[in-house]
Every structure is written in C-alpha cells, then in structure tokens.
Design a binder for this molecule. Sequence first.
Ligand code: ATP
Ligand code: MG
Length: 421
Amino acid sequence: MSQKITSIRGMNDILPTQTPLWQWLESRVRNLLQSYGYGEIRMPIVEHTELFKRSIGEVTDIVEKEMYTFADRNGDSLTLRPEGTASCVRAAEEHGLLYNQVQRLWYTGPMFRHERPQAGRYRQFHQIGVEAFGMQGPDIDAELILMTARLWRELGISDLVTLELNSLGDSEDRARYRDALVAYLSQHIDALDEDSRRRLEKNPLRILDSKDAGTRAVLQNAPRFDDYLGEQAREHFAGLRQVLDAAGISYRLNSALVRGLDYYGKTVFEWVTDALGAQGTVCAGGRYDGLVSQLGGKPTPAVGFAMGVERLILLLEQRAPELPAPADVYLVSTVAPAAALVLAEELRAALPQLRVQSHCGSGSLKSQMKKADKSGARWALIVGEDELAAGEITLKPLRGDSEQQRIARAALADTLAAQIK
Ligand code: ATP
Ligand code: MG
C-alpha cells in the first residue's frame, strides 16, 4: 500500500464537528460589522513579495523569518499573505477607494506565517481584519475599540480579555525615542539576544517586542515612550482615552506595546487573555497614517485591527455556547424513496427555514431512528406503508418527552411551522 499523504504541519483541516462554532462566530462578527457600517472586501491570498517588505518592514520577524515566498513560473517573487492590512491598502488604493473619501472595510480569510506550530499558533491561521481610512481624529480609533468590546460581550468572553493601550507618537516622536532607546541599549549590548543586537542598528523599536528573557530584563529600565510623545500625539491619545473612559471601557497602559509590524504610529492596542498560555493576544491593531503613502498613494490617515480566529475559537470552546443543531427534522422512511424524497421537497417548499435531513440508503426502522437521534434533529418524521396508505405522517419528538402523533399530510407543514420560529 502506498504511504498516505498528510496535511502540512501547522495547517489544519477544520472538520464538520468544528465548523458550527466557526460559523456561529463568523455570523456574529458579520452582523456586528454590518451594524457599524463596515463593508466587506475580498483580496487575493497571494501578492507581490515587495508589498509586504515595504509595508510590514524588512527588519521584522514576519519578513525576515515567517513569509511563504516563492518564485512563480515567470520568476516573479510572490508571497502568501502573512496579514491583511497591506493587501487591503493595495486593493483600496488600486481601485480608487481612498481618494477624498472615508472607507470602513473588513475582510476575513487565511494568513500564512512559517512559525513554530503550537496551540494558538499555526502556519495557516485565520484573521478577521478591519481597516478604516480617511479619518484622522481619535474618535475612529475609539469606535474600533468600542466595536471589539461589544463583540466580546456578544460572544460571552468579556471577562477573559483585557485591553492594553499605547501611543507610538508621530514619526518625529519615534525618531527621538529611537535615539534615546539606542543610546540606552548600547550600554547593555552584551545582555541582548542576537536578533536584538542586530536590530539595534536597523530597527531598534522591534527590540521592545522581544520575547527573550535577558533582553526583557534590560528593557525594564529602558526609556519610556510616553516621555517622548509630542503634543499632537499626546492630544490624540487623550482624546481616545476620553471616549473609552466615558464608555466605561477599562484598559491598561503598556508603554512597551509596539506591535510586530513597522507601519504603526500613534494608537496601538491589543486585547490579551491569560486563558491561552503563551498565545495571549486575540486581537491587535492601531493607527498607520504613513502606510498608504509608503505604498505610493496620497497621505491617508488609517487605523485598523485584526483578530486571530483560532484563538477566539479556543476561548469560545471554554464557554461552549449553545449552537443550533444541524437539522430540525430527520425523515425516516420504509417506503420507496420517491415518496419520502417528494415529501421532503414539499416541506422545504412550504417552510424554507426548516432544515430537513432525509435518510438515504435503506435500513430498518430501528437503525434509521438511531441515525435520526444522532443527527441532532428535534423531530423524526416517519413515512411507512401504513402512513402512506392513510395519507398521514408520524411525527416523533426526539428531544423532550412529548408523545408521538399521526398528522394528516396536508396539515404537516402548519404543525411544524408552529413549532419552529
Ligand atoms: P503574536 O505576538 O502572538 O505572534 P502578532 O503580533 O504576530 O501575534 P498580528 O500580526 O498582530 O500578530 O496578528 C493579529 C492577530 O492574529 C494576533 O493577535 C493573533 O490573534 C493572530 N495570529 C497571529 N499570528 C498567528 C499564528 N501564527 N497563528 C494563529 N493566530 C495568529
Ligand atoms: Mg507573531
């Protein structure tokens, strides 16, 4: 026998037993985003490698170590998207969505990063991302955060997540801070990990994001970003905090929060949990006013965030919300299939919202009833010779303890309609 081919490490199948929870989450998110006036955009999964290098930054974990990059048959360097913001900006700019207008966009789909797979960290994972363009005040930053807070309430996970907030200032503030940070870290260079030492020259702010214990110890006494914020960034941050305070959203100020991508400035935030071990960030984002022009467009203020769907699913599994059963009715029949399948079609036509699963393939009444039970349906409809001759159907409740009854076929749709809502 030839060897079986398995899936790629860190790239998961999502099975029919798992998809109901995914669909439940996705539909809640979709409704929420629609209710705030966000429109969906769908981008390709593959882009020119240059797009990610220019936006995420050459000296970042993602670009240095994590991208799936390959030459296509023409020799062009392409990359499976590691995140959605760069593609979204590219698409919005390409189609003229950003010129002189406001846009509220969202997208969802798989992202690819070559990381060490573990619970909550995969090589193909899914994000739901939201991006808002053309608004420069802190009110839109606040709207995004209020929207995520509402989502956690609707998902029933508010008590599992906390908000961390920081401001990275404008580009001049960052330059001044960078100098101060480099001056400080240069005095402790021996205690830094290898990546951080290399980044000291090329991209020192990334060092704040280091997970290395030695580097983290040095960072304890490093200069703090908030001492370097200019007036404008300070005002912006105060404006955001005012809304959050007024809306009763609590947060923790974390001056070491820099995020793993270079394009952020001013507001950055993360929703973190301690319910998922080391993979603590479930949603992260911030303002990136410089990115659109960095990618060749007119300067356009922008702010966004992305949620990690797998991590949200892991949190939801701890809560086990009640999900709809896959079917309302399981149709059991011991007569010719034509009669049963025609009945099922009649029911579907009369009650479009009714979910009907027909038994296919023969089997004794007993074995079909077992399958009916296993399907999770609320009722079994039984069509046997007897019922057929009498123009009736047996309706047998599969949950609870009400009695089974025989119903005239003509009255069946009305009876079921009264039960589902
Ligand atoms: P982390 O610090 O956990 O590596 P990140 O800062 O690299 O996260 P972002 O690029 O901001 O993550 O992506 C936004 C969200 O996407 C994260 O908060 C997380 O929930 C999710 N995410 C990122 N990388 C992965 C991954 N490899 N597997 C699963 N989810 C991920
Ligand atoms: Mg990462």
